[in-house]
Design a protein around this ligand. Structure first.
Ligand code: HEC
Length: 503
């Protein structure tokens, strides 16, 4: 075998590192290997010898974004109530737990791999298509159903959007990421989890019918407009994975890199009018468009002026509006020509991924919240001019509306007023009401019923709730207890790409 220069270099540096250079180094090496041994003894059985996850979630730095080392230490010592995560306080000391927690936030010595072989081996078909009926096993308007993701205890609820009654509650994979996607007929819903699990749920039969693990750290999934293909965006490995939407059999992986380096994929979305998936890259200045109406799934690479972390499409998917990494501007890319046609001045970290657009007499307008500023930017999409900056009670996370509603609902998720929601008139662009569904509790993420008559709001807490408002009178209609309902998704609004919701 001939060693390539880079491999040779890797071998040399590796042996340099493994030779203890001084006494101090070897002590810290010993401490590190004690922690590693502790991990292998107590944790590997559930979390995988390389921390890739198993019965318990993956414990890589990429996976632990939602907690800090101090919280990890707490979990290790005291476990998590009502889950299979045990308390170790009787077996390991505070100091050991602190070292274990620090260890989890260290990158793995060798970048973990997840190969096509691993993907194939993980595929589970719980129910083949032939084994299940074609009629729903419950009675409700199938287009006015909601899936509510309850991230507090990793469940989802199928909700009747007329009666506001749960039809079925089921376990999901740990930590869902990105919005679930419905098949065009509304029968199936697809979920992606942080740890790379993709699940297909049959709404008619109330069953998870297939699952597959496509990566180690996943951002989101997109479903083609014809319902045939699922595309998944991964951070780890750095790739996109294409699946057959029927039972999730794997078809192809697309490793992501330019000539110099690899890149994480920020997110992937479906552009229905273009019969393509659009993927934005986090570490290279490229945007990829992958056609799904051609058998070879050809990739077109568009060079961009900046990295794209977060983005938004206009209603006909002609333009992509992306936020730059510096968080001070947005760029408008014409997907037809590939050219950047406008730069928007959007200081304060615009959160374009949750922006919305709507029609007005002045033309189509879009609105985006900012993650670092208590303001909403409103932009005219005809000439990309800034129409208005609307001050709010704090930085926001989500904006929502519906063609059937005169109002836009926005939260002020970040900051002391996180229990408030603003309601904004789509014509006058003024705040007409500020609601506090439950003082002191975070209120966020609004979604409308099929006709836009009711707005569903989350109390984003472990002992949270789903609150239904009359979207015209702004009066509360009912509330249902839920475990941190982090998102809700209406079958009609999502499958019809209704203006005012995220796709
Ligand atoms: C019997 C299986 C099991 C063992 C053994 C186990 N864990 Fe866990 N662990 C879990 C499960 C299941 C969860 C997810 C709990 C939940 O639903 O919140 C978890 C969660 C965690 C979390 C929180 C992750 C997050 O994203 O919030 C950390 C940190 C953790 N475990 C560390 C450890 C360490 C360190 C050890 C060894 C000392 C260990 N675990 C041993 C099953 C296990």
């Amino acid at each position: 075998m001939k060693l390539s220069p880079s491999l040779l270099f890797a071998t040399l540096t590796l042996s340099a590192f493994t030779t203890p250079a001084s006494a101090a180094d070897s002590t810290s090496n010993n401490a590190a290997s004690d922690t590693e041994a502790l991990y292998q003894t107590h944790c590997a059985a559930c979390h995988h010898p390389q921390r890739l996850g198993g019965l318990g979630p993956a414990l890589l730095p990429e996976s632990l974004g939602r907690i800090r080392p101090k919280q990890a230490q707490e979990v290790i010592l005291h476990g998590r109530a009502a889950t299979q995560m045990p308390a170790f306080a009787d077996r390991i000391t505070d100091n050991q737990a602190s070292q274990l927690a620090a260890y989890l936030f260290q990158p793995a010595a060798v970048t973990p791999q997840w190969t096509d072989e691993d993907i194939r081996a993980s595929h589970i078909i719980h129910f083949p298509k032939s084994g299940l009926g074609d009629k729903p096993v419950f009675d409700a308007d199938l287009m006015n159903l909601f899936i509510v993701v309850e991230s507090g205890d990793h469940h989802a609820t199928l909700l009747d959007g007329d009666a506001f009654k749960p039809i079925h509650r089921f376990k999901t994979r740990y930590a869902l990421h990105g919005g679930p996607k419905f098949s065009p007929d509304g029968r199936y819903v697809y979920f992606a989890s942080r740890d790379g699990w993709i699940s297909q749920f049959d709404i008619y039969n109330l069953k998870t019918v297939a699952e597959i693990r496509v990566g180690l750290n996943t951002r989101n999934l997109a479903l083609s407009a014809d319902g045939k293909w699922v595309m998944v965006a991964n951070y780890l490995p750095q790739n996109l994975v294409l699946l057959n939407a029927d039972r999730l059999s794997p078809l192809k992986t697309f490793p992501v890199s330019n000539r110099e380096q690899g890149s994480r994929v920020s997110a992937v979305y479906t552009a229905p009018q273009r019969n393509s998936f659009i993927a934005a890259m986090k570490d290279i200045r490229e945007l990829w468009e992958i056609r799904y109406d051609q058998p070879a799934f050809p990739v077109r690479k568009i060079t961009t002026e900046d990295y794209l972390d977060d983005f938004f499409f206009d209603q006909d998917y002609r333009h992509l509006i992306g936020a730059s990494r510096s968080g001070e501007s947005g760029q408008v890319i014409d997907l037809e020509s590939g050219a950047t046609i406008a730069t928007l001045n959007l200081p304060g970290m615009p959160h374009l991924g949750s922006g919305i657009s709507w029609e007005t007499e002045q033309g189509p307008l879009m609105m985006t919240p900012h993650l670092k500023e208590g303001a909403l930017s409103i932009i005219n999409m005809k000439d990309w001019s800034l129409v208005k900056t609307l001050p709010t009670l704090g930085p926001g996370f989500f904006t929502r509306s519906h063609d059937g509603s005169p109002y836009i609902w926005v939260d002020v998720f970040f900051g002391p007023n996180k229990d408030k929601l603003h309601v904004i008139d789509k014509e006058t662009l003024e705040i007409i009401a500020t609601l506090a569904p439950e003082p002191g509790k975070t209120a966020a993420h609004v979604e409308f019923t099929k006709d836009g008559r009711f707005a569903l709001v989350s109390l984003w807490e472990d002992n949270g709730a789903l609150i239904v408002y009359d979207a015209l009178t702004l009066k509360e209609v009912t509330r249902l207890p839920m475990s941190k309902p982090s998102g809700k998704y209406n079958v009609y609004n999502k499958t019809h790409y209704v203006r005012g919701t995220s796709h």
